[in-house]
Design a protein around this ligand. Structure first.
Ligand code: OGA
Ligand code: MN
Length: 291
């Protein structure tokens, strides 16, 4: 099967042509999707009516091992059966809107900060696959930033300065910035992870900036200088010309490469409108699965 991709932004993101991903098991098509991910870093598929089980199975076919040590699992929030499925929604077990003061609501609101999924574990997240179930009538979009172009457009002196830097990523840090409090036991479950600030993507050889709201510090740097550098890099990466905004339709599946992009949820009135999506994220372990 020859999949067609249509570019949605000058430097990244493409929309895939007609395909039902539930039925994709053959190596050729899976390889075409992987090649599309290498080229565009984000692929948009419309009309994908996944159940959670089908979404998990597809993620495993495409990219292997799944991320299950989610931050929300550490705070005991998952209303879904499988830890590999993150509940990206503003409703509780009873299907009603989560109220202000509810920890699960506060946790999901953290997605409004620019971030990469599962950078606070090692191995970190590779592909995230987000499936839209309930989408409000008002805009409730997701924005994505192109971190390969962000790297490419840095001045040479900055590239040299970043070469061997490593950063500590912690989900307690990014949530703490929003006033979220963690118990000692939760802190112990979420120690964070250290990753290079510049990553080289193995298949394309392209370099990418790997920074996010989760970064608490640059290793071996004083805290303020490290945080200021991250702030500066994130501002550079999220300039309007490097950002794609996705307006969701029910049934969309968007796959993004967390090594090559950052993303954030755009604000909407979450006390009036229900919004429900499900995410499965794979782990950045060497060797994509062979089919
Ligand atoms: C996610 C996420 C943003 C959104 O699913 O990882 O950050 O718009 N989602 O819901
Ligand atoms: Mn996310």
């Amino acid at each position: 099967m020859a999949l067609k991709f249509q570019k949605l932004h000058p430097t990244f993101v493409a929309e895939a042509g007609d395909v039902d991903l539930r039925t994709v098991h053959d190596r050729t098509t899976l390889d075409e999707i992987r090649a599309g991910m290498d080229e565009y870093a984000i692929l948009v598929f419309h009309d994908q009516p996944f159940t959670d089980e089908e979404q998990i199975a597809f993620a495993q076919r495409l990219d292997g091992a799944l991320h299950t040590r989610t931050g929300s699992a550490a705070i005991g929030a998952n209303r879904l059966a499988d830890e590999a499925v993150s509940d990206i929604s503003n409703v509780g077990d009873d299907g009603a809107l989560l109220k202000p003061g509810d920890r699960r609501r506060a946790y999901v609101l953290g997605n409004r900060l620019w971030h990469t999924d599962a950078s606070f574990v090692d191995p970190p997240g590779r592909y995230s696959m987000l499936s839209a179930k309930v989408i409000p009538s008002v805009p409730a979009d997701t924005e994505y930033a192109d971190m390969r172009t962000a790297y490419d457009t840095l001045p040479a002196e900055m590239k040299a300065q970043l070469e061997d830097l490593r950063a500590h990523h912690s989900v307690t840090h990014s949530r703490w910035m929003l006033g979220f409090e963690f118990s000692e036991a939760e802190h112990a479950r979420l120690p964070g992870a250290v990753h290079p600030v510049v990553r080289t993507l193995p298949r394309s050889g392209r370099k990418s900036l790997y920074v996010a709201a989760h970064v608490s510090r640059i290793i071996d740097w004083p805290i303020p200088e490290g945080r200021l550098l991250i702030h500066e890099l994130m501002e550079h990466a999220t300039r309007p010309e490097r950002v794609y905004r996705h307006r969701w339709r029910v049934g969309d599946l968007v796959i993004w490469d967390n090594r090559a992009t950052m993303h954030r949820a755009c604000p909407f009135d979450d006390q009036r409108h229900k919004r429900e999506l499900r995410r499965v994220t794979t782990l950045d372990v060497p060797d994509a699965v062979a089919v």
